[in-house]
Design a protein around this ligand. Structure first.
Ligand SMILES: CCCCCCCC/C=C\CCCCCCCC(=O)SCCNC(=O)CCNC(=O)[C@H](O)C(C)(C)COP(=O)(O)OP(=O)(O)OC[C@H]1O[C@@H](n2cnc3c(N)ncnc32)[C@H](O)[C@@H]1OP(=O)(O)O
Length: 202
């Protein structure tokens, strides 16, 4: 992954170590995403499913004994990893960042499949809220999504590298309007406009 100097998020604790968990957390995240893809695509005998369910429950129980506060969790703060290192966030990879323009790449996988071989529309909206929301916050005052308008222009494929372009459109007082496009080989598959309203720091 390209190393990019991303400005801090306003809700991070000062001095937060953004590499907590090191390579081991990166491997755990990658293995977890692999597990989700495997579950999403599985059709196995019940005995196999029962055995695997037991193993997964045992592993979850082991991690649960280390559950921490949301301010101290690793997930969401590993900017060096796809999707900020959060297992639920679509694993986009930031490729460039200025205060008004951000580019990223994303490859959807089996867990993101809706039907008809295409990505679920809610997952596309999740991706847009994430990239717009992140861009609305890092290096700025904290802000929340007031609205998110998504245009679904083409089916979004799995297992293909796609491009994301995010831009600040305009600022009006506390309101920041941000747009984004998801494209493949120059063809726009979906685009979005979001309004983000700055809020007081908590
Ligand atoms: C160690 C840490 C570990 C944690 C990991 C952290 C890692 C961090 C890294 C990266 C983070 C990136 C993550 C992405 C996050 C994505 C962002 C989200 O999903 S946020 C959640 C979804 N959104 C909500 O839940 C908002 C709920 N709504 C509200 O809170 C309020 O409604 C809010 C703040 C949006 C506005 O409320 P008001 O009271 O502050 O302001 P009012 O006066 O209502 O509006 C201000 C202006 O905005 C307009 N406005 C508000 N809502 C509007 C709307 N829906 N449509 C049009 N205009 C609207 C109004 O008309 C007004 O405009 P006029 O100033 O008069 O010109």
């Amino acid at each position: 992954m390209v190393s990019i100097d991303i400005p801090p998020h306003p809700w991070w604790k000062p001095g937060l170590d953004l590499h907590r968990g090191g390579d081991s957390y990166a491997h755990l995240l990658s293995a977890t995403r692999g597990l989700l893809d495997a579950v999403a695509g599985v059709d196995a005998p019940e005995a196999v499913l029962a055995e695997v369910a037991g193993e997964v429950s045992r592993i979850a129980g082991r991690l649960n004994s280390y559950t921490t506060s949301d301010e101290s969790q690793i997930a969401g703060t590993r900017m060096d990893l796809p999707g900020r290192g959060h297992p639920l966030v679509v694993p986009y990879r930031t490729t460039s960042w200025t205060s008004v323009r951000m580019t990223a790449e994303v490859t959807f996988t089996r867990i993101h499949l809706g039907d008809g071989g295409a990505v679920h529309g809610g997952v596309t909206a999740l991706l847009f809220d994430e990239v717009l929301g992140r861009f609305a916050n890092h290096g700025r005052q904290p802000a929340r999504t007031a609205f998110l308008h998504v245009n679904y222009r083409r089916l979004v494929p799995l297992d293909v590298d796609l491009d994301i372009l995010t831009k600040v459109d305009r600022a009006e007082g506390r309101k920041l309007y941000i747009t984004a496009e998801l494209s493949h080989d120059g063809t726009v598959l979906a685009d979005a406009e979001g309004l983000f309203v700055a809020v007081s720091a908590q």
